[in-house]
Design a protein around this ligand. Structure first.
Ligand code: CU
Length: 188
């Protein structure tokens, strides 16, 4: 009797095992096809969902945020601009609290050999001109001068860069150049 029960339960186990085994692949097959059907059905809405995502990742690649503070430093020493970017957006944030007159910052891009001249002429141009010489053709791009708590954005036309030149970003507030200077790299 015990053997019989054992056989039954064994059979039951086998049955349940058997019923589960074919059920599992059977379930996974439709589940898989359902998933792929769902995926293909969703591919058109997913594509429209993916489009903004792709666009935003491209935007991320063509923009950067640079912070500067009362410590007279940028938080980055280089800006890497993809050659695929026609336009590159740089946002400069002044994380400090000091006023523009005391600890103003801007971000100017020029060829390395022009940096000193641009900064010198900017200092001469004075605070009323945000330490930028009007019409300075050596300047590839520049933000306006900002004080603590402010931020500013500049769009850089990457067509102004040419191969074989070295470019830098820097601050033209008098005395800041030595501390606030980094490289601009054009990358693939
Ligand atoms: Cu500065």
């Amino acid at each position: 009797m015990k053997i019989y029960l054992a056989l039954i339960s064994a059979a039951a186990l086998t049955l349940s095992a058997c019923s589960q085994e074919p059920a599992a692949p059977a379930a996974s097959a439709p589940a898989g096809s359902a998933a792929s059907a769902e995926a293909s059905a969703a591919s058109s809405p997913a594509a429209s969902d993916a489009a903004p995502a792709a666009a935003s990742s491209a935007d991320t690649a063509c923009q950067t945020v640079i912070e500067a503070g009362d410590d007279m430093k940028y938080n980055k020493t280089e800006i890497n601009i993809s050659k695929s970017c026609k336009e590159y957006t740089i946002t400069l944030k002044h994380m400090g609290t000091m006023p523009k007159a005391a600890m103003g910052h801007d971000l100017v891009i020029a060829k390395s050999e022009d940096v000193d001249g641009v900064a010198k002429d900017g200092a001469t141009a004075g605070a009323e001109n945000d330490f930028i010489k009007a019409g300075d053709e050596r300047i590839i791009a520049h933000t306006k001068l900002i004080g603590g708590g402010e931020e500013v954005t500049v769009k850089v036309d990457t067509g102004k860069f040419s191969a074989g030149n070295k470019y830098e970003f820097f601050c033209t507030f008098p005395g800041h150049l030595a501390m606030m200077r980094g490289t601009v790299n054009l990358v693939d």
